[in-house]
Design a protein around this ligand. Structure first.
Ligand code: AMP
Length: 220
């Protein structure tokens, strides 16, 4: 089973992905985290990705994205049993990757769209904190660490992401509306879309996702 999670930033995709990964022993492809890792590297690719995501706040080019996904899936050696978060994010990526999976005899079995009103998205993004060392994510509003400002997993001091200033957040939300919403229409048309209200407690959302997977006969 391959699951794609789509939703505006801070709609809880990462949190739900982690829970799905744990419950069904799935692999996890989180494109944003893969790119942030590359952006820290002192290589031409690292500089380019850093400039795009942290300085310009734009989408990384398809050419780079396709290389990253090819390399990563090659490394983990599987094309099924994966939760995808943040990829595909545009129609061109969806077309490319649909063909890629098809060649491997695989597909997306379900696409879960986590909905969230824009003002809630904005508020949540302002509250988001990450660990610069182990990439764990927190939110002072919805998922605070046990000790304020400190990572539960490794004890490092938490920071705000470089692309989470109010201006960059606005730009990213516009980009979601313009680039990612067309994907939702595409997946609805082919009958694999499940829309879930992301403005609910974590366990309620997870219960709803499980119910949709069951309804589709993907899990028992
Ligand atoms: P995220 O953590 O999902 O918000 O991603 C952080 C940033 O990485 C985004 O604002 C984009 O600049 C970049 N990014 C993540 N996924 C993709 C993608 N599929 N295509 C292009 N850029 C991406």
């Amino acid at each position: 089973m391959n699951i794609l999670l789509i939703g505006p930033q801070a709609s809880g995709k990462g949190t739900q992905a982690e829970k799905l990964v744990e419950k069904f022993s799935l692999a996890y492809v989180e494109m944003g985290a893969l790119l942030r890792k590359i952006a820290k590297e002192e290589t031409p690719l690292g500089y380019k990705v850093n400039e795009t995501i942290n300085i310009e706040g734009k989408l990384v080019s398809d050419e780079i994205i396709f290389k990253v996904i090819n390399d990563y899936l090659g490394k983990i050696g599987r094309f099924d049993g994966i939760v995808f978060d943040g990829f595909p994010r545009t129609l061109s990526q969806a077309e490319y990757f649909g063909g890629y999976l098809q060649k491997k005899g695989k597909k997306f079995d379900v696409v879960v769209f986590l909905t969230l009103p824009r003002e809630v998205t904005f508020k949540r993004l302002i509250g988001r904190r990450i660990c610069p060392k182990c990439d764990s994510t927190y939110n002072v509003l919805t998922k605070p660490p046990k000790k304020e400002g400190i990572c539960d997993s490794c004890g490092s001091k938490l920071i705000t992401r470089a692309d989470e200033t109010p201006e960059k957040i606005e730009a990213r939300l516009n980009e979601f509306e313009n680039q990612t919403k067309p994907l939702i229409d595409l997946y609805k048309k082919i009958g694999i879309l499940e829309e879930v209200n992301g403005n609910s407690p974590i366990e309620v959302i997870f219960g709803e996702i499980l119910a949709r997977l069951k309804k589709r006969g993907l899990v028992e």
